[in-house]
Ligand binder design. Structure first.
Ligand SMILES: Nc1ncnc2c1ncn2[C@@H]1O[C@H](COP(=O)(O)OP(=O)(O)OP(=O)(O)O)[C@@H](O)[C@H]1O
Length: 337
C-alpha cells in the first residue's frame, strides 16, 4: 500500500466523512476502508456509509469496495446495536461426502442471482472446499484489528474459509474448542451489507455444529442427503439435532438423485431415488428439491465454476432449491446480526 493511494481514497470523499476514515488502502482494484463511527446514531451511520460508498465506488481504479464501520470501543458495526438484520442459515448433513459443500456453494450463487446479498462461511474447518468450488483458492482475506474481510468471488458471493488461511493440502489438527473459535472469526467478520450468511457445516453433529447453533443462532437449517438408506438415517439424526437445539429445519434436499447417462440418455438410480423426499414427509419437514447425480456437476465444481451460475439443467436444479429457500426466508423472522 502506498500513502498515495490512501490519499486518493481520502480525497475522494467529502471533508466531514474524510475525518471519519481511520484507514484506507487500495490494492489490485480492491479498496479497503475503515470508518470510525464513534458517537453516531443508526441513521448517521447509514448516511456516512452511503456517502463514502457512493464516492468510492465511482472512483476510477476501484473495482470493489470493502467498507467497515467501527464503533466507540473498536467494536465492529456488526456487533453494535445499530447493526443491520443479518440472518444465518446452516447447511448440514448427517454424513460426509453427500454433496453438502457443493449444495452450499451453488445455493449461494443461485441466491445471489435472485438478488439476495448473500455471503458464505465454510465451517468445514478440517476439510475446507469452498475456495476451490468458488474458484478463489489463491486469495487471502485482509484483516483490520484482527477482524477479517471476506474474500470476493467471481459469482457475487463473498466467502471466508479456513482454506483461505492455510496452505492447500495441509492438515488442520485442532481440538474442538479451537475449531469452534475459528468458526467465530469467520462468522464475525466484516460482512458489510450481506443480509444472509450461509454456513457450510462439517458433517455430523460435533463441537463446531454445537457452537454454530448455540452461539450464532441460525434462523434455520437445510439438510442434504443422498437417497440411500444409510445416508438417510444420518440425515434424520441431523434433523433431530437441529430440532433439539430449537433451530427449524427449513427442508431437505436430495442430492445425487437419478443419473442420466450422458451417452445413451437412459436414466438410472445408483443411490436410489425419492428416499430423501419420503424421509422429509415422514419427519414432517418440507422437501426442497432433487439435484441429479451428474458428471458435469463434479467437473464444473472441481474447476471452480458453480453450475448454478449458468442455465444448464443442472444449474436450474440448484436455482429451484434456492427459490424455495428464498421463499421460506421471506416468511422467517429476522434476527439481529
Ligand atoms: N449432484 C452431484 N453430481 C455429481 N457429483 C457430485 C454431486 N454432488 C456432489 N458431487 C461430488 O461429490 C463429491 C463430494 O461432494 P461435497 O464435497 O460437496 O460433499 P460434502 O458432503 O461437502 O463432503 P464432506 O463432508 O467431505 O465435506 C465432490 O467430488 C463433488 O463434486
Amino acid at each position: 500500500m502506498s500513502d498515495e493511494t490512501s490519499t486518493t481514497l481520502r480525497n475522494a470523499v467529502p471533508e466531514a466523512a474524510r475525518a471519519r476514515i481511520s484507514s484506507a488502502r487500495l490494492a489490485d482494484g480492491v479498496a479497503t476502508v475503515v470508518l470510525d463511527a464513534t458517537g453516531l446514531d443508526a441513521s448517521a451511520r447509514t448516511a456516512l456509509e452511503a456517502v463514502v460508498r457512493a464516492e468510492l465506488e465511482a472512483l476510477p481504479g476501484v473495482r470493489e469496495l470493502r467498507l467497515a464501520l467501527m464503533g466507540s470501543r473498536g467494536e465492529s458495526a456488526s456487533t453494535a446495536p445499530a447493526a443491520p438484520a443479518r440472518r444465518i442459515v446452516a447447511v448440514g448433513s448427517g454424513k460426509g461426502g453427500v454433496g453438502k459443500s457443493t449444495l452450499s456453494a451453488n445455493l449461494a450463487v443461485a441466491l445471489a442471482r435472485l438478488g439476495v446479498r448473500v455471503g458464505l462461511v465454510d465451517a468445514d474447518i478440517y476439510g475446507p472446499s469452498q475456495p476451490r468450488l468458488l474458484g478463489n483458492a489463491g486469495s487471502r482475506p485482509e484483516a483490520h484489528d484482527k477482524v477479517m474481510f471476506p474474500v470476493p468471488s467471481e459469482w457475487g458471493v463473498p466467502v471466508l474459509s479456513m482454506g483461505h488461511l492455510v496452505e492447500p493440502g495441509r492438515a488442520i489438527a485442532w481440538r474442538g474448542p479451537m475449531a469452534s473459535g475459528a468458526l467465530g472469526q469467520l462468522v464475525d467478520a466484516h460482512w458489510g451489507d450481506v443480509e444472509l450468511l450461509l454456513i457450510d457445516l462439517p458433517p455430523g453433529t460435533g463441537d463446531v455444529q454445537l457452537t454454530m447453533v448455540q452461539k450464532h443462532k441460525p434462523v434455520g437449517a437445510v439438510i442434504v442427503s443422498t437417497p440411500q438408506d444409510l445416508a438417510l438415517i444420518d440425515a434424520t439424526r441431523a434433523m433431530s439435532f437441529f430440532d433439539q437445539a430449537g433451530v427449524p429445519v427449513i427442508g431437505m434436499v436430495e442430492n445425487m438423485s437419478g443419473y442420466v447417462c450422458p451417452h445413451c440418455g437412459e436414466s438410472s438410480d445408483p443411490f436410489g431415488h425419492g428416499g430423501a423426499e419420503a424421509a422429509a414427509a415422514e419427519a414432517g419437514v418440507p422437501f426442497l428439491g432433487h439435484i441429479p447425480l451428474d458428471l458435469k456437476i463434479r467437473q464444473d465444481s472441481d474447476a471452480g465454476r458453480p453450475p448454478a451460475a449458468g442455465d444448464s439443467p443442472q444449474g436450474k436444479a440448484f436455482l429451484a432449491v434456492a427459490r424455495r429457500l428464498a421463499d421460506w426466508l421471506a416468511l422467517a423472522p429476522a434476527t439481529p446480526g
